[in-house]
Design a protein around this ligand. Structure first.
Ligand SMILES: [Zn+2]
Length: 280
């Protein structure tokens, strides 16, 4: 999914550029739109993503030369629903954070406040049924991804992923499986499995396990989370009610048949509206 070098094509000149040689300002002023997959003659355009874990990524999946090694390199999360004709759009950090905050608000609202919101929603939906705008925003080929998608919302030229659906643990259905969801429930158990943990989240006697896999461990931005899940265990031990909200991929474990929420990024977890590293 990531490339460490790209070809910079400027007229007849082709130059090999390493990610370590690239800077955001050079990219913006010189290279943007002119860098390609390192495979000779491969027409796939690349984009540069700066910051702590700077990398090059393919701009669009279909553009690779058939047989190019970078064609299949990219493992989008979620794999389950990416089809040949779909574009995976990584939901932006900001939208994920906003959704987590919203979900917590929803969980702590009074019945009255909820009713008010439902009424407003109804009003909005009636207004929405305008045939002129209907269908305009729908794009059946856009799939939500968390990392490794074809584009990221932040740099997708206005491309937006689908709505991030919220689910209480007891309302998760088969149609949510293999898709990205925001899950809400009460944290009831933390089983440390260093460097990560297995969390139990419940709602109305239904249960989901929050799990972390190799992809989580290998993600550079998660390094502060590794071997630190004791923070959650400690917090749960001294807090009566811990409301959990988290974004990840819903899965049914093939062996145990149990529901799992696979989380890929540490900041996609929230406990009583607080990120894990902010708990005290
Ligand atoms: Zn290629």
């Amino acid at each position: 999914m990531r490339m460490s070098t790209v070809r910079y094509i400027n007229g007849d000149k082709v130059e090999k550029i390493r990610v370590s040689d690239m800077t955001v300002s050079d990219y913006e002023s010189i290279y943007k739109g002119k860098i390609y997959c390192p495979t000779p003659n491969c027409p796939a355009k690349a984009v540069y993503s700066g910051g702590e874990k700077a990398h090059f990524r393919t701009w669009q999946k279909k553009d690779h030369l058939q047989g190019c090694i970078h064609e299949f390199d990219r493992i989008p999360i979620n794999r389950g629903i990416i089809t040949e004709n779909s574009i995976g759009v990584d939901i932006s950090f900001k939208r994920r954070q906003n959704a987590l905050r919203e979900a917590f608000k929803l969980m702590t609202m009074t019945a009255e406040e909820k009713k008010e919101i439902e009424e407003k929603k109804l009003e909005r939906n009636i207004k929405k049924k305008n045939p002129r705008t209907e269908g305009k925003t729908k794009n059946a080929n856009v799939k939500n991804t968390l990392t490794g998608g074809d584009v990221r919302e932040e740099e997708g030229g206005g491309m937006r992923g689908r709505n991030l659906s919220k689910r209480y643990v007891d309302t998760i259905s088969n149609s949510d499986i293999n898709d990205i969801r925001l899950v809400m429930g009460q944290l009831t158990e933390v089983e440390l499995q260093n460097p990560c943990a297995k969390l139990t989240v419940e709602w109305n006697k239904k249960r989901i396990y929050v799990v972390f896999e190799e992809a989580f461990e290998k993600e550079p931005s998660n390094s502060a989370y590794l071997n630190n899940f004791g923070i959650i265990k400690k917090y749960l031990g001294k807090t009566d009610l811990v409301l959990f909200t988290g974004v990840g991929e819903i899965r049914r474990n093939r062996r145990t048949e149990e529901l799992e929420l696979v989380v890929y990024i540490g900041t996609d977890l929230s406990f009583n509206d607080s990120g894990m590293l902010h708990l005290r």
